[in-house]
Design a protein around this ligand. Structure first.
Ligand code: ADP
Ligand code: MG
Length: 325
């Protein structure tokens, strides 16, 4: 780091080797050695995911550092949730133009706010000088051979999504305008901004789906039509959807109206809800036990063939085609 600012080791000690971010697990060796050490329990596999966020590309210039920290970790934990893995820890590759203690404190507070919820400690990383870039690698454990993959959807399975879709896309104009929840102009905007900056990784849902045998799953980062397409391709199947069932929040409806809300729900990014397939014969436990965990909506069914079809019109449905609609 620059000579006038905080030294690299002071920076790591003050902002990243903090007790709020340290792993409470007794078998972990975290920050301070050349490598972090962790033990994978017998009968489990290590699930790993890495995301890199670049200023001006993946988040706006001068983004609020607390929310940036929170969101950077949330998108990684969402990947673990999508595979049904239980978060264990993460590492942080941080490239900074300058070491600003105020920025670093808020950023590490944002990481700690979410990490603490899952006992996912920060166990190592790397710090360099350059354009603001955040790389987080999160890891977790999942029972060997049980992870939720994209390639297991079967003809006849029902297609579900968690939560509401399109909220993060609905917040985007405000995000680009430099707004955060605290500076939102009304309640609906505040809700949408919270959905953008503080996505809820659906960890508990993923764990339940692994235990109870979902056939496939992924997290929705680029809009459900596009992301569901990945499941269809990997599984060699097609799907029929009732697009009117796509769940949208009252706040999104109020902010953008029903037509735009549906469009954002189908093709907007950054929601980090889960989309999964489930055998129709086992719908009862799904509906009864999962109601406690989060809202679930059935939006369609897996069929033979390939690609997506709109049940209402019988027409093919692709993210691109829908945008013309
Ligand atoms: P090395 O030069 O051997 O790679 P570093 O000097 O980069 O080690 O890092 C010293 C220790 O601090 C290591 O344990 C490393 O994992 C940790 N570390 C460095 N940067 C970060 C960061 N941004 N977040 C968390 N830990 C970090
Ligand atoms: Mg290093």
């Amino acid at each position: 780091m620059s000579e006038t600012s905080l030294g690299e080791f002071d920076l790591i000690r003050d902002f990243f080797d903090r007790s709020e971010l340290r792993s409470k697990r007794s078998d972990v060796v975290g920050i301070g050695d050349d490598c972090a050490l962790l033990s994978v329990p017998e009968g489990f596999q290590l699930a790993q995911s890495l995301d890199t966020l670049v200023e001006g590309v993946h988040f706006p210039v001068d983004c609020d550092p607390f929310y940036l920290g929170y969101r950077s970790l949330a998108v990684n934990l969402s990947d673990l949730a999508a595979m049904g893995a239980t978060p264990h820890s993460f590492t942080l590759g941080l490239t900074l133009p300058e070491a600003d203690p105020k920025w670093l404190k808020a950023f590490s507070d944002g990481l700690a706010a979410l990490a603490g919820q899952y006992d996912a400690g920060l166990i190592g990383g790397d710090t360099t000088k350059g354009p603001l870039t955040i790389s987080i690698q999160a890891q977790g454990f999942v029972k060997s051979g049980k992870a939720l993959r994209r390639n297991g959807a079967k003809v006849g399975d029902l297609i579900y999504v968690s939560g509401n879709l399109g909220d993060a896309g609905g917040a985007l104009p405000d995000v680009l305008d430099g707004k955060i929840p605290e500076t939102a102009q009304d309640k609906s905007s505040e809700y949408l901004l919270n959905r953008y900056f503080k996505p809820s990784p659906r960890v508990e849902l993923g764990q339940w789906l692994v235990e109870n045998g979902a056939t496939s799953a992924l997290d929705i980062s680029d809009g459900v039509l596009g992301d569901l397409g990945h499941i269809l391709k990997a599984s060699g199947v097609g799907a029929e959807l009732t697009i009117a069932y796509a769940p949208v929040s009252g706040a999104l409806l109020e902010k953008v109206g029903s037509e735009q809300a549906l469009k954002l729900a189908l093709t907007g990014g950054d929601d980090y809800e889960l989309c999964f397939t489930w055998p129709e014969s086992r719908v009862k436990p799904l509906a009864e036990e999962l109601a406690e965990i989060c809202q679930l909506t059935c939006i369609g069914r897996i069929v033979e063939g390939s690609g997506l079809v709109d049940i209402a019109t019988g027409e093919p449905l692709s993210p691109k085609a829908y945008r013309h609609f």
